[in-house]
Write a protein that binds this ligand. Structure first.
Ligand code: NAD
Length: 252
């Protein structure tokens, strides 16, 4: 028995969006701290390369589409069937949606898709894992929101809405399960060096970078450190909160 509260030995940690970027770095770090990680994503080739790198068994690799409630239900049922418990959920799956798009040019379908994957995915994932955590009186949940959910970036209305929705959502759930041994928190990074921003317009990137006082982007490993803390036993007295990694952009 270790006294290091950041150690994950014996724990089952589900990492959603693990094929790339922040999720991949989080899965690598949490696995290195002793967890049995279950990696899941839409991107099968990305999952396969991480599976090889971490030498994971086939029942540690699962597909999910965050835009589908039934896919989320199947994912969680499959993890429970194979591993019997979920100690922690790290949800990093998401899309950026339209950028540099004025409100009057924003269309319903693109908006709905972004909110469906980012926000509804968060909600239904949480709904599925909570009963399993309640039954063991232990659980840690971290959802990756964004600085955009705190401050809003112009021309990114669907993304801003989805991310501030996540920040609002975890506040209520945190209070609802506060006596169940479960914590649920959000994480609001500024720009992190991942493929996520490949489709982001130059105007939007310039706007976001110009607001980071440290004058640089964050690294996926820096985000992963925060997430690993948030889903560890060490994060025991903080719930319904939004952690920050923004190079000084957000100080609240
Ligand atoms: N990179 C940044 O600058 C930045 C800043 C703030 C917040 N974020 C947030 O961090 C999270 C991770 O982003 P990242 O930078 O690692 O990007 P990324 O594109 O490298 O990773 C996102 C992952 O989500 C997966 N995904 C997308 N749609 C999915 C779906 N429908 N179902 C399942 N998986 C899906 C992708 O396949 C990908 O592996 C996202 O929620 C993003 O909004 C990123």
């Amino acid at each position: 028995m270790t006294s290091d509260l950041r150690d994950f030995s014996g724990q089952i940690v589900l990492v959603v969006g693990a094929a790339s970027g922040i999720g991949r770095a989080a899965a690598q770090l949490i696995a290195s701290r002793g967890a049995t990680v279950i990696i899941t994503d839409l991107d099968q080739p990305g999952l396969s390369s991480l599976q090889q790198e971490l030498n994971l068994k086939s029942n540690q690799v699962k597909n999910v589409d965050l835009g589908s409630q039934s896919s989320i239900q199947s994912l969680v049922a499959s993890v429970i069937s194979d591993h019997h418990q979920i100690d922690a959920l790290v949800n990093t799956g998401g899309i950026v949606g339209p950028t540099n798009t004025k409100l009057e040019d924003t269309d319903w379908a693109a908006f709905e898709k972004t909110v469906s994957i980012n926000l509804f995915g968060t909600i239904w994932l949480t709904q599925e894992v909570i009963p399993h955590m309640k039954s063991r009186k232990y659980g840690r949940i971290a959802h990756v929101a964004s600085i955009a959910g705190k401050e809003g970036n112009p021309g990114m209305h669907a993304y801003n809405t989805s991310k501030s929705g996540m920040i609002g959502f975890i506040k209520g759930v945190g209070k609802e399960v506060a006596t169940e041994g479960i914590t649920i928190n959000a994480f609001a990074p500024a720009v992190i060096r991942t493929p996520f921003n490949a489709g982001t317009s130059d105007e939007t990137l310039k706007y976001m970078l110009g607001r980071i006082p440290m004058g640089r982007v964050g690294e996926p490993e820096e985000a992963a450190e925060m997430l690993a803390f948030m889903v560890s036993k060490a994060c025991s007295f903080t719930t319904g909160f939004t952690f920050d990694a923004s190079g000084g952009r957000a100080t609240y």
